[in-house]
Design a protein around this ligand. Structure first.
Ligand code: HCA
Ligand code: CU
Length: 408
């Protein structure tokens, strides 16, 4: 099944503000909003204007920037909150109320009947106040709520005929893809509304759950840059993009400026005081690095052998590490060619064995291998500077030094 008409609700400026390291200034928010707008996400979700005076003025500022992206804010199921939010010039309201027994008991204390009555009152009132606004209603902690309770709530809200979207939230990150598919598929079959999925990553399923939601008929997915959010966060923007690229690359390239992902991830990481994790989707330091000789050989022949994603799509290059005991002669040969050193295959093979033996004794760097290659080439006194530049230099392979990547 090809998924083409989904929208990303980018919540770095709401869920992401709930990340322990986040304390965005107005300028941070404006710059992040502009970057995400250029990237092409369809929506930005911002913190409720009721959270603090600065949150309210920042919301007004972002809503008045004239961006292409639609600006939403996230509020409790509360007329007072809605009234403040509607005055800020936003395009839409994301309304949420908890439905799990935990939240009903320890948070707002309401029964399912009271939740339905409150939702009907607040949502109908919002629609009267703002006929053109995009209105979403979501149940918090959907996956620890009783299925029957959830369906009662969603059906009652859908029948009001006032909301555009129903939201499903895996608030504590416990849902599995099949559970997400079941809930989203059921709501899809019983209601007219669009469906939004918001998934936390406590047990590592946030991306898979978002994908399962889309396959089951969800239309909107919540993300944040690097996945930042409450605890260990939600579906990361880059991770969702990677997942969707492997599924349908052309649709993603048509929707989003994915070559901006590296800059966006690093920029937000800096603003919240963290490094981009080494294994981050697409933009982590190891995402397009290759090490074992067997991998390196195949990558040199045809990169897709070991790459589901093409780094060039993201404006990035791959890196093959050769200074270690798992190295192979094909990769060492490619490095010799890149350095314009003329060594026979037999010499390269012997030299590779030498590199392996040295690596058994100590950690090596690319400089160590380069030095060996130069020594061996000089030993046979073939002037390397006269050789034509090598086509391997145009492949993007081996062009970054380990220092650039921070690895050897
Ligand atoms: C929160 C909870 C929330 C809401 C998600 C939603 C969650 O921090 O307010 O509105 O769909 O994870 O349940 O982020
Ligand atoms: Cu959340």
């Amino acid at each position: 099944m090809s998924l083409q008409s989904y929208a990303i609700i980018e919540s770095t400026l709401r869920e992401g503000e709930q990340f322990i390291g986040a304390n965005f200034s107005t300028q941070d928010k404006v710059e992040i909003a502009r970057a995400l707008d250029r990237f092409g996400v369809e929506y930005l979700e911002l913190t409720s204007p009721c959270a603090s005076p600065g949150s309210e003025s920042d919301l007004r500022t972002i809503a008045s920037l004239g961006l292409n992206v639609r600006v939403l804010t996230h509020i409790r199921c509360h007329k007072g909150d809605a009234s403040v939010a509607l005055d800020t010039g936003i395009d839409g309201l994301d309304v949420v109320i908890g439905t799990s027994s935990q939240l009903r008991q320890f948070s707002h204390g309401k029964s399912i009947e009271q939740i339905i009555d409150l939702a009907a009152d607040v949502l109908t009132w919002i629609r009267q106040q703002a006929p053109d606004i995009e209105l979403r209603f979501s149940t918090e902690d959907s996956f620890r709520s009783s299925f029957a309770d959830l369906l009662r709530v969603y059906l009652a809200v859908d029948q009001l005929g006032v909301v555009n979207r129903l939201g499903v939230a895996d608030t504590v990150g416990i849902a599995s893809p099949d559970e997400v598919a079941k809930l989203v598929g059921t709501i899809r079959g019983l209601t007219q509304a669009d469906i939004e999925f918001h998934g936390h990553n406590d047990s590592g399923c946030a991306i898979a759950n978002a994908f399962a939601a889309l396959q089951a008929g969800a239309t909107h997915i919540d993300t944040s840059v690097l996945g930042i959010g409450e605890r260990n966060g939600i579906t990361p923007l880059g991770g969702l993009v990677a997942r969707m690229m492997t599924h349908d690359r052309d649709t993603v390239l048509g929707k989003y400026q994915v070559d901006q992902l590296y800059e966006i991830d690093h920029n937000v990481a800096e603003r919240v005081g963290i490094d981009v994790p080494f294994n981050n989707y697409v933009t982590g330091i190891a995402a397009f690095t290759h090490k074992a000789g067997i991998h390196a050989k195949a990558i040199l022949n045809a990169p897709e052998t070991y790459e589901a994603l093409d780094p060039a799509d993201f404006g990035l290059t791959r890196y093959i590490s050769i200074a270690h005991k798992l190295t192979g002669w094909n990769a060492v040969k490619a490095r010799a060619e890149q350095l314009n050193l003329d060594l026979s295959d037999a010499q390269i093979k012997t030299l590779t064995q030498h590199v392996k033996a040295m690596a058994d004794e100590r950690s090596l760097t690319l400089d160590d291998v380069d030095e060996l290659l130069h020594q061996w080439a000089q030993a046979q006194q073939i002037p390397s500077s006269t050789m034509a530049s090598n086509s391997k230099n145009n492949t993007g392979i081996l062009q970054q030094t380990p220092e650039v990547l921070g690895i050897s």
